[in-house]
Design a protein around this ligand. Structure first.
Ligand code: ATP
Length: 302
């Protein structure tokens, strides 16, 4: 668990990036910090691995104040992924992935094996191991960045707008990959983004920040969608513009879900009201297991 207690950060020029922040980040979950530019997200993230030290308050990991830890070993034990991937341009992909292992004097063959296994983990073909970063696509570079961050098997992974520079399709792929990875790895992930859709997709906990790192609302995506805590939050999540409202319309005998602008978002699964008398929103209370095919006697089909 990572805990911020009464944490403030004032930079030398007087900018108060974070003011009196109290925040608990649970272990083995993904917490997403989301907010507009300048709301202090990066500063909060960097106080965890001491790239920035607070001017007041304490940041602790599992009850230990991070200031009791020397910055370099602390950082080596915490994965960090940035928007630009931050790869070393003159080193091959595999060498980038194994940077931390080499610093820790891991034997060459062991580091190599681990590096290749990490490439598998993040969905990178091993044939790319000998390429240089410039010979990869933006999405592939980000995967290398994630593999490198996982190399020391850290408990904590800090991700600062990691998918901000890739196109929407690749971004969605990377988000899927992260969700898949996290199911197996269960790291404590702190993820920074501007994008509320990305926050809702990835976050077990979402923290919406206003200027000065003030928490406008924190909770699960469902909590926040169901009850935005203020007009600011409603605006931020698009609820005030009806952007989040979905409706069901009938077309060609199928029931489509459309968004506020009338764009199709999907087809409503017919299983919910397939029985006689079923209407919109009817639960399948007469069908054990949820769908006819799931009946223990196999009686769903003729
Ligand atoms: N080294 C610094 N010196 C002075 N001010 C800084 C420094 N780093 C950040 N700030 C200021 O602190 C505030 C918070 O910055 P921070 O980068 O944490 O915000 P952010 O929410 O991550 O923004 P963005 O989404 O644009 O990256 C901003 O006003 C920024 O200009």
């Amino acid at each position: 668990m990572i805990e911020f207690r009464s944490v403030s950060k004032r930079f030398a020029d007087g900018t108060e990036a974070v003011a009196d922040l109290d925040l608990v980040i649970p272990a083995h979950r993904t917490t997403v910090l989301v907010g507009s530019s300048g709301s202090g997200k990066t500063t909060i993230l960097r106080m965890i691995n001491r790239m920035v030290d607070p001017t007041a308050g304490t940041v602790s990991i599992d009850g230990v104040d991070v200031r009791q830890r020397a910055p370099v070993p602390l950082r080596r034990g915490i994965g960090y992924v940035m928007q630009s991937a931050g790869l070393l341009p003159h080193r091959r992909v595999l060498d980038n992935v194994t940077t931390v292992l080499r610093l820790a004097k891991t034997p060459r063959a062991t580091a190599r094996e681990r590096g290749l296994a990490l490439m598998d983990t993040v969905g990178l073909d091993r044939s790319l191991a000998r390429r240089y970063p410039r010979q990869l696509s933006g999405g592939q570079q980000q995967r290398v960045g994630v593999a490198r961050a996982l190399a020391s098997d850290p408990n904590i992974l800090l991700m600062d707008e990691p998918f901000g520079a890739v196109d929407p399709i690749v971004r969605a792929e990377l988000q899927d990959e992260l969700l898949r990875l996290q199911q197996h790895l269960a790291k404590t992930i702190v993820f920074v983004t501007h994008d509320i859709d990305e926050a809702f997709r990835l976050g077990d906990q979402v923290v919406i920040l206003e200027t000065g790192g003030r928490i406008a609302q924190q909770g699960t995506p469902a909590d926040i969608l169901a009850a935005p805590a203020s007009p600011f939050v409603a605006r931020f999540i698009g609820a005030d513009r009806g952007r989040r409202s979905l409706q069901v319309v009938e077309q060609d005998g199928r029931r489509l879900v459309v968004d506020a602008a009338g764009r199709p978002a999907g087809v409503l699964d017919g299983a919910l009201d397939a029985r006689p008398g079923g209407g919109p929103g009817t639960l399948p209370d007469a069908v054990p297991g949820g769908t006819p095919d799931a009946r223990p006697d196999g009686g769903g089909r003729p």
